[in-house]
Design a protein around this ligand. Structure first.
Ligand code: MG
Length: 382
């Protein structure tokens, strides 16, 4: 492998869509996660890749942020070639660069390994697969068969030494559109290695491709559920924070933070899905910085830990146990708030309430309890 940093560019600047949606396809979800986020996760977690830069279209910053969060990005041009050029210009002193199309969301680590190994011998390397189908000239009536012997399908990511691909772009005739960067290297007389590609890298273009991609990743995900439980004392003179909202009431919950018992139980459930301890592990009550703290940050932190492992939250369900206040009038606001904190649609958040028939501490109005359960999907390797 070359010495010096390796940077991956993801070209995600497409504006249009053959996928039947007004949202550019690279921001459409597969398995609950934007297409571009899959490719970004695969490249960013590969041990040989030091940095990932996403090239997006003008006005796509908010969609990118929604898809991945804070990530290095540059604005591309009107064509793929111009977008790649914008990305190359933004790279500092890298030795080699992987250029990848966001329309290929699944990037096996073994293909990246093969590409980078091939750069030991040549300034470029691309993944290819043999052509299995019969090829023929198109027309209203069938044309001649095109011999497929010796033909390959070309995929991305394509790997290059940064110097070579910059030279190729600099020398390219701006009036002509290039099919890919490998052909631009060939145009200046450089050889490009071919390595074995992977069907996981197949491009997603049409609506049916999305369904096929969902089916393809289903076996790679494992479902995990975990529960959480919490109790806080009701006391006069405290503000009542429950389910992430403030509720006018003559008593409030007391505790070290804002004592939002619903968010605490849900935070523990989410932490449980990744066996990451409990809320006290992450936010010790002995630490003064959490005194009176808003509990939405605890919940958001648990969600971020799941996202960092490549997981997604499928569903959460809470049961609030108290005599008062009545939960019904506040249920929709709590569901909306929890959904917003977790970046979920409200149909993935269930919130119920019950009393204990005036029995026990909840029945006597001394405190509020909450049970929660969360279900997440995690990559099978986790
Ligand atoms: Mg608590």
């Amino acid at each position: 492998m070359q010495t010096g940093p390796t940077v991956a560019l993801i070209v995600a600047a497409g504006q249009g869509s053959r996928s039947g949606s007004s949202t550019p396809k690279q921001f459409l979800p597969i398995g609950g996660r934007a297409m571009v986020a899959h490719a970004h996760a695969a490249l960013a977690t590969h041990p040989a890749i030091d940095e990932v830069v996403v090239v997006i279209g003008e006005g796509q910053q908010a969609m990118l942020h929604e898809a991945i969060g804070e990530v290095r990005h540059v604005i591309g041009g009107a064509t793929r070639r111009e977008s790649v050029a914008a990305g190359l210009a933004a790279i500092g002193d890298a030795a080699q660069v992987l250029i990848h199309d966001a329309a290929r969301p699944f990037v096996p680590a073994r293909v990246i390994d093969r590409l980078l190994a091939a750069l030991d011998h040549l300034p470029g390397a691309i993944p290819v697969l043999p052509v299995a189908d019969t090829l023929a000239q198109a027309g209203e009536v069938l044309g001649d068969v095109v011999p497929r012997a010796g033909l390959v399908r070309v995929q991305t990511p394509q790997a290059f030494t940064l110097a070579a691909v910059r030279d190729a772009h600099a020398a390219w005739d701006a009036g002509v559109e290039a099919t890919d960067d490998a052909q631009m290297l060939r145009a200046i007389g450089l050889d490009v290695a071919t390595v074995e590609g992977d069907i996981m890298l197949d491009k997603i273009t049409y609506p049916a491709d999305f369904a096929a991609a969902e089916a393809r990743i289903a076996p790679m995900l494992v479902s995990r559920s975990a529960t959480g439980y919490d109790v806080h004392r009701l006391e006069a003179g405290e503000e009542l924070w429950l389910g992430g909202i403030r509720i006018p009431h003559d008593k409030g919950l007391s505790g070290h933070s804002d004592a939002d018992v619903a968010l605490h139980a849900l935070t523990d459930a989410l932490l449980g899905t990744i066996a990451a301890g409990d809320i006290g592990t992450h936010f010790p009550p002995s630490d003064p910085q959490w005194r009176g703290a808003a509990s939405d940050q605890f919940l958001a932190h648990a969600a971020s830990l799941i996202a960092a492992r490549g997981g997604r939250i499928d569903f959460v369900d809470l049961t609030l146990i108290c005599e008062e206040p009545k939960i019904g009038p506040h249920r929709d606001a709590m569901v909306a708030r929890i959904a917003a904190i977790l970046n979920l649609t409200t149909d993935r958040v269930s919130l119920k309430a019950t009393t204990t028939e005036r029995l026990g501490f909840t029945g006597r109005g001394e405190g509020i309890a909450t049970q929660a359960i969360a279900t997440v999907s995690l990559p099978r390797s986790v």
